[in-house]
Design a protein around this ligand. Sequence first.
Ligand SMILES: [Zn+2]
Length: 472
Amino acid sequence: MEFENTIGLETHVQLKTKTKMFCSCLLKTGCEPNTNICPVCLGYPGALPAINKEAVKLTVMSGMMLGCEINRHATFDRKNYFYPDMAKDYQISQNTNPLCIGGGVTIQTPGGPKTVRINHIHLEEDAAKINHYASSSGVDFNRGGTPLMEIVSEPDIASADEAIAYLTALKEMLVYAGVSDCNLEEGNMRSDVNISIRPAGSDRLGTKVEIKNMNTFKGIHAALEYEAARQRRCAANSIPVVQETRRWDGEAMETSSMRSKENAHDYRYFPEPDLVPVELSEDQLEEWRKLLPEKPEARRERMKAQYGITEYDADVLSQEKERADYFEKAAAKAENPKLLCNFFMSDVMSWFNANGFASGTEEPLAALFNLSTGGKINGPTLKELLGEVLSGEIADPAKTVEERGLGAVSDTAALEEFVDRAIAANPGPVQDFKNGKKAAAGFFVGQVMKLSKGKADPKTVGGIVARKLAAL
Ligand SMILES: [Zn+2]
């Protein structure tokens, strides 16, 4: 029998706020354990939580980016559970009235674009971190109370590849909106993945297995592939799939049973009595809507049309907002943005890769590039000065070119004379050329570049050399 996968993701995203979800403790990484704590995030009796407005704003902005309906009367609930990482023995979350409802993420699949629907986005607090040592364990409450937004997808995802496409698109959008760093290594973005299989074409969902707390795309991909195959093996051998939480072992590359899955009623949700509902006015939503950036996909399309660049280039440029912003600032000052794009994709990007991103150098870069497209400097000079421009050492490339005498020799008469001199001085290579060794032409271009002290344009020289050699 043919089976198909149904995969849903619950993605926890750490919001980029200065302080915790329900208290004013700072959110900082790399601090001594249990230094950013207070009675609220330690769950002392009588301590009262207060909602972090910035976290609400970032969640609403995320919802707007993902096309969700914003719930103007959101409430918080208590989710009861008893692990040492939650001192209160309950987590404040949203169950009945989450902040965002519906929406979706469009992904590209081999079969064309596909929208993965979002069920809802809710806001909650993170648990503390349990550290295990050789003979003991400790709880670090610095992380406890971190604002987390949980984005719950519908089970619309059909493969491990689609899951990664969904997460990649999601991450791109959230980073664009400045909602989160989505730094996977630091655990800023973690996913619980649900997967079940069903006979192809069926509309009933199979028994699902959940794999919790996955924080690498590679791990998620591998775990989904493994589970899809395991559940098929179960079906082939008439072994029922058990509804449970499984653990992914990245070394053994397999999942193993962890515990039977809690049902929602195990958490005994009830309205959080210590918090008032979040009432959002239309004016407030409008104010936040104005802060939204252009969506990556819309930006790609606009950049393609505006600068006449390829799909691939627009895609690479817009993958990171910082990079797209940089390019667009430079392109605004460039005489030929399309040519600038070619140069950017090759030389500028490789400089960034080697030396780091260089914000603030957009205008000098455009000025340098304009000298090149205007024929004021040649290609080698452009490359020679690029590093100094990007590292901020050259602010006015035209001035540097003048001071160092790097202006291109564009006087054709002078170039013709250099070519004549090179040919006259090198009878050997001339003979080679006449004997059919066409590569000898390159030798003369090199000679002329030397005579011009590197200031001639190699392409122009190449043309003159070819013409003169052919006439011999
Ligand atoms: Zn606190």
